[in-house]
Design a protein around this ligand. Sequence first.
Ligand code: SF4
Ligand code: SF4
Length: 661
Amino acid sequence: MSKMSIVRLGEMVLRWCGECNLPVLDERECGICNSQTLEVKYTPPGDVKPAFPTELKRIRESVDRAFGSGLGVFLIPEDKIVVLNNSPSLDKMDEVIIDGLVIGSIVYDLRRGWRYQARLETARRLCKEASKGWIVVDDGAIEPILKGGSALNPGVIECADGIEVGDEVIVLTRRREALAVGSAKSSSEDMRMRKRGIAVRCRDKGLDGSEKILKPTRMSEKGLDIKLREVKDDKWIKMWSSAVEANVRSLEKRVSESSRFIGKVVCEHVSKGLDVAVSYSGGKDSLVTLNLLLEMKINPKVLFVDTGLEFRETVENVHRVVKESGLELVVESAEGEFEKSYPYFGPPGRDYRWCCKVCKLGPTTKMISKHFNKGVLSFIGQRRYESESRAMKGRVWRNPWVSGQIGASAIQSWNALHVWLYIFQHGLDFNLWYERGLERIGCWLCPASSIGEYEIVREYEKEKWEDWEKRLREYGDKKGFKENWIKYGLWRWKKVPKGVIEVSGEYRIRKEEVDERMRFYAQEGYSPCVLGISVEGAFSKSLNIERVENVLNVIGEVKIDKSTGSISVGDRREVEVYPEGAMVIRGKDENEIKGKLELVKNLIIRAHECVGCGVCAGRCNNKAIKIDSKFMIDKEKCVRCGKCIIGPCPVIDIGEEEFSL
Ligand code: SF4
Ligand code: SF4
């Protein structure tokens, strides 16, 4: 490998060519004009991406609302390329990068919707133009503001009409130079009345004059075949075609490193008899992964798990892309699974992801066991920034929850902009929802999404979203949750983060939804018994003893006492369970008893509340689990390895340490 071709995995630097006014990844020279590029200062981790025309419209409208009509297109002209940097925030926030500078952010504000949050550079560019959202302060206020203070009402000598508390404001000197930007703490009326108090809490300040405003972006003579579906924009296509040209070297390096990796991994696993596949989700990362394999003349099978909560456009994209490639599509559908489990689990949450297990992991398990008897090497569009050694180590893994699936990540070191430039370069057919502003394409109600993303979904899928809100409302009404629970998306957590609680003013935390579910009450203290000590307890419901007998078989031979209808495990009846719900656990000491109690209790709850997702079945190498509305263990085939017990289950997860009986 030549020195030039070394790709430093994990190191992503966004640079900018001032001559062409284009983003350049990694390279110190622009791929078009060879001029030196400069590093862009933005908030890490820096998974930057193009601003699509629909997103640009949203940003310009937000600028218009904040600073006056027509200023959106003045600040973000149509002949300049714009890059967005997804940044950490309470909800959705993207830094807006233009001319190689972060000039502000487009933010989804939980109270006010989409808004533009200015940086000082915005104030510098709009100081002579803004008709809204500006104040002029007295010379005496300049020094305190530069030292970190706020603009106070008595120091305001002039201000725009209509400023309200919370509005974005640019702070100007008498000479109309940009001094600061911040958020209004008083209205225009209060500022004019010179009431005591803060006018604007300043965020970004300085009196250094404007950074360099660059000339328009170089436009490629002939645009690439960039497949915009939502808004066709020739200028945009020509600018991004130039961006591809400027980044050809960086792309070549990524592609060559990924191709070497693919070749090596495929060779290793095909020789072991494994099939090769790409897990295609309809998202950009798996699209690139699929194309990398096709470019290498490898014809993988394409795996698609339809969670039943996909966007219509995602399913269409999958079928189009696969048809175009001529590859074999293997689909497993979880259509209806979410509906089936929802009455039992309620809304899914970030800390309560039963949906992933039921709608994704379960069908994946079924798909692999149905179609890949000998196992499958499945390339997954997964990326992450890490050190070179760690990135290399973690690029091939055995799926711990799906027996027979080896996962491999070919584009682990790419960032989102590499991915997009590759898609544009190859004219790949990407999912329309990216153009609308979604960062990731997954289930339309995914609890990991931001409210900003839900707003985008609502904009295009009004009926669907209103139906979902209706269901949330019905659920919330039963539990006594107020409207804020829906408005601020509090349903996305069981335990809502503090910052979200503060904004929403909703202090009620979604309590454990176990009302209709099975509970277990253990007796306090221990009783002496022949084995040492014992503990007694009872379930809130009577038990289906056949199911208990079936599941407890994985921890030992189960004996049935016909006289009482009870069952027991262990030579000395260490575990005893009665049909009416009573349970006795015996052991030599407290530690042993606690462990057994937890495990047996959880197994019994699983046995009764199983929703038949099949996730545990995928962990059994002996094909000893059948799913027939609930899981059922074939005692003849079971070797009591415990693999089905340990690991995810939407009803209850059981950890390795618990399986110690
Ligand atoms: S016990 Fe198995 S089949 Fe039943 S819900 Fe849990 S993981 Fe799914
Ligand atoms: S994984 Fe299969 S063999 Fe192992 S305990 Fe579970 S059912 Fe039995």
